[in-house]
Design a protein around this ligand. Structure first.
Ligand code: GLV
Length: 320
């Protein structure tokens, strides 16, 4: 008998076909709407495999309902949406999709840094809204990127790729991480610093660390107060790492210069959220890995992980 699988979002046809070849598949057919928790609660009871996205909260209560679940394949590198301890306790394999999205996410991070520093969104709106009357000396002036100091919090794969882009712009690169990365330090002339030192010295502070109980609210009022008045905060990791209320206060008090955000404490962020009212915030809807090629690779890898686990083989990327 084929294993049964639930897929929590409409995927590209070729990926569905690949899974259907080996499994009985049920799927949430919507493209842009997540599956309601109550639906997932029913579906999870009798499935062997779950293919899910970071929009699904796979918590202990949900896992308690699963009678025969063997594998949860998350189509993301981050897995903070899944209760890993509960899965481990129940002997359920959890897989993720690192590697394939590294360069794409580093591209977006650097793009967001440049967009925020040079006020591209504001400038484009200014022109399109008919406000451009004349070239003028200090109009829409931003911050320099070339030769500036970038401070990277976390030094995993994506952070290292971001550092390579920074090196191309002759930036002075600082990083803070749980462990030292000596060969990268050498390769990229990068300097390890404590967090406080990094915050004080950087023109750009980029958050690239996983979201865990330890990193929740890692950047709050005290940390923001260390940053330069001209500094820019970039977050393409997870929203909960930054305290949004404190960030709003720092931005309105002009104690930091701007923020570029791809991720939010709650997603989707409400369009009425105060952060979105600020000109010095560039906000995009969690698109770090969103290139066509990369999203297809992520879906493919998540499907491979799922099928390998269901066939009692070791998936390519196992979390637990
Ligand atoms: C995206 O945020 C991911 O974790 O893949």
């Amino acid at each position: 008998m084929k294993p049964t699988v639930y897929i929590t979002r409409k995927l590209p046809d070729e990926i569905i076909a690949k899974v259907e070849k080996h499994c009985d598949v049920r799927m949430w057919e919507e493209m842009d709407k997540p599956v309601p928790y109550e639906v997932l609660e029913k579906e999870i009871e009798y499935i062997d495999g779950l293919f899910c996205l970071l929009t699904e909260s796979v918590d202990k209560a949900l896992l308690d309902k699963a009678k025969q679940l063997k594998v949860i394949s998350n189509m993301a590198v981050g897995y903070n949406n899944i209760d890993i301890d509960a899965a481990k306790e129940k002997g359920i394999t959890v897989t993720n999709t690192p590697g394939v999205l590294t360069e794409t996410t580093a591209d977006l991070t650097f793009a967001l840094l440049m967009t925020t520093a040079r006020r591209l969104v504001e400038a484009s709106d200014f022109l399109k809204n008919g406000k451009w009357q004349s070239w003028s000396p200090m109009q829409l002036t931003g911050q320099d990127i070339y030769g500036a100091t970038i401070g990277i919090i976390g030094m995993g794969r994506i952070a290292a790729s971001l550092a390579k882009r920074a090196k191309g712009f002759d930036m002075n690169i600082l990083y803070y991480n749980r462990s030292r990365k000596f060969s990268l330090e050498k390769e990229l002339s990068m300097q390890y610093t404590e967090l406080e030192d990094l915050l004080k010295r950087s023109d750009f502070v980029c958050i690239m660390t996983p979201y865990t109980p330890d990193t929740k609210n890692m950047i709050a009022a005290k940390e923001l107060a260390f940053m330069k008045k001209t500094a820019i905060l970039i977050n393409t990791a997870r929203g909960g790492i930054v305290n949004e209320e404190d960030l709003y206060k720092a931005l309105t008090a002009k104690s930091i210069w701007a923020a570029g955000l791809d991720v939010f404490e709650e997603e989707p962020i409400s369009i009425y959220h105060r952060l979105l009212t600020l000109d010095n915030v560039v906000a995009v809807p969690h698109i770090g890995s969103a290139s066509i090629k990369t999203r297809l690779k992520m879906a493919e890898l998540a499907a491979d992980n799922l099928l390998l686990a269901l066939h009692n083989q070791t998936p390519k990327h196992v979390v637990v």
